[in-house]
Design a protein around this ligand. Structure first.
Ligand code: NAP
Ligand code: ZN
Length: 350
């Protein structure tokens, strides 16, 4: 099937209209018309080849909400017209220990990324959600629960699950003291989700500019990370800190903020961080960890949790044609708090 969207033809060039083919439906495939796609900071990293493994042309986008238009003969759970979603992965081996326990993101043979991945059968490069249509095997399709607003649900598929997963891994619940570093797409979801789980949440931001927003999102406080006195007063205050900073940085100033035996989990920077002071880790048996997205079952659990608790991202709707400006604004942290592309803006052709 011919479809269209926006692609980067190489690193450092703006995204531009692009026409391409989606595969013919396999027996277990679901075809969908994409209605909305969130703009993740990873899309910007990947389009610019920040991680050194980009394939071009690249159609980014892994926060996808759409409506089913066709299903293969073996598809059991979805029918034409259903509201569905797709996140950061579209396939995995399905047989390794990790896949079998629902941790497809940890697949021993690597999951297939929604874009910039390689199809497991044809070895063709996968193209993501900045486009009009998508074909995905049934096992990697999520159901958008009734009551979750379609136009706002898209960012849950990456920003949502990437922050929900560590909150679950480290058993956040009523009374947990959670710190969130960086109030952007991931950060604001971490706040809403942790508050939804009953935690006491503090945002750690570079300035006080986002204080009112942090409180409106449900946080108890905003701590200015560039203020050494405020940081010193917050020592041993947290059970879990989620670090969403998208660039190389120093985690050492944040480690003493953890209580004994507690964990700082990096979900943001992919790549090196600054040299790390070990003393706060040794003295407090504190841990530095990382966490990716969650598995399919946990992603569905997160969507259902958000529907039940009425948790939705704060979105700024844009047209596909505005994507390059949105990337620039995201890089300046000038988005409150997630751009979402309305695919109706693509019209009937690229
Ligand atoms: P975002 O919307 O741009 O938010 C990042 C936030 O970090 C900003 O709002 C800002 O918060 C802070 N920040 C930005 N530049 C900074 C700098 N130079 N120094 C210190 N703080 C800075 O990005 P996002 O979409 O949330 O993504 C964040 C990172 O997570 C990206 O690197 C992305 O690739 C990664 N990611 C990882 C996974 C995973 O599987 N682990 C999944 C999705 C995304 P303040 O203004 O409050 O300081
Ligand atoms: Zn993402």
């Amino acid at each position: 099937m011919q479809t269209f969207g926006y692609a980067a033809q190489s690193a450092g060039v703006p995204l531009a209209p692009f026409t391409f083919q989606r595969r013919a439906l396999r027996a277990n495939d679901v075809a969908m018309e994409i209605l909305y796609c969130g703009v993740c900071h990873s899309d910007l990293h990947q389009a610019r080849n920040d991680w050194g493994a980009s394939r071009y042309p690249m159609v980014p986008g892994h926060e996808i909400v759409g409506r089913v238009t066709a299903v293969g003969p073996e598809v059991k759970q979805y029918k034409v017209g259903d509201s569905v979603a797709v996140g950061c992965m579209v396939d995995s081996c399905q047989v390794c220990d990790q896949c079998r326990k629902g941790e497809e993101q940890m697949c021993r043979e690597h999951n297939t990324q929604t874009y910039n991945g390689l199809d497991r059968i044809t070895r063709e490069v996968t193209y993501g959600g900045y486009s009009k249509h998508l074909v995905v095997r049934e096992e990697f399709v999520l159901r958008v629960p009734e009551g979750l607003e379609l136009a706002k649900a898209a960012p849950l598929l990456c920003a949502g699950i990437t922050t929900y997963s560590p909150l679950r891994t480290w058993n956040v619940g009523p009374g947990s003291r959670v710190g969130v570093i960086g109030l952007g797409g991931l950060g604001h979801m971490a706040v809403k989700l942790a508050v939804g789980m009953g935690a006491k949440v503090t945002v750690l931001s570079r300035s006080a500019d986002k204080r009112a927003d942090a409180l409106a999102l449900g946080a108890d406080a905003l701590l200015v990370s560039s203020d050494p006195q405020a940081m010193a007063r917050a020592q041993s205050n947290f059970d879990l800190i989620i670090d969403t900073i998208p660039v190389r940085h120093d985690v050492s100033p944040y480690m003493p903020l953890l209580d004994i035996d507690c964990t700082l989990v990096i979900v943001g920077q992919v790549g090196p961080i600054d040299e790390q002071l070990t003393l706060p880790m040794l003295l407090g048996r504190r841990r530095l960890a990382g966490s990716p997205i969650g598995g399919i079952a946990q992603t569905q659990e997160m969507l259902d949790f958000c529907a039940r608790k009425n948790i939705l991202p704060d979105c700024e709707m844009i047209a596909m044609q505005d994507i390059n400006q949105a990337f620039e604004r995201m890089e300046r942290a000038d988005v409150r708090y997630r751009f979402v592309i309305d695919m109706a803006s693509l019209g009937n052709g690229a």
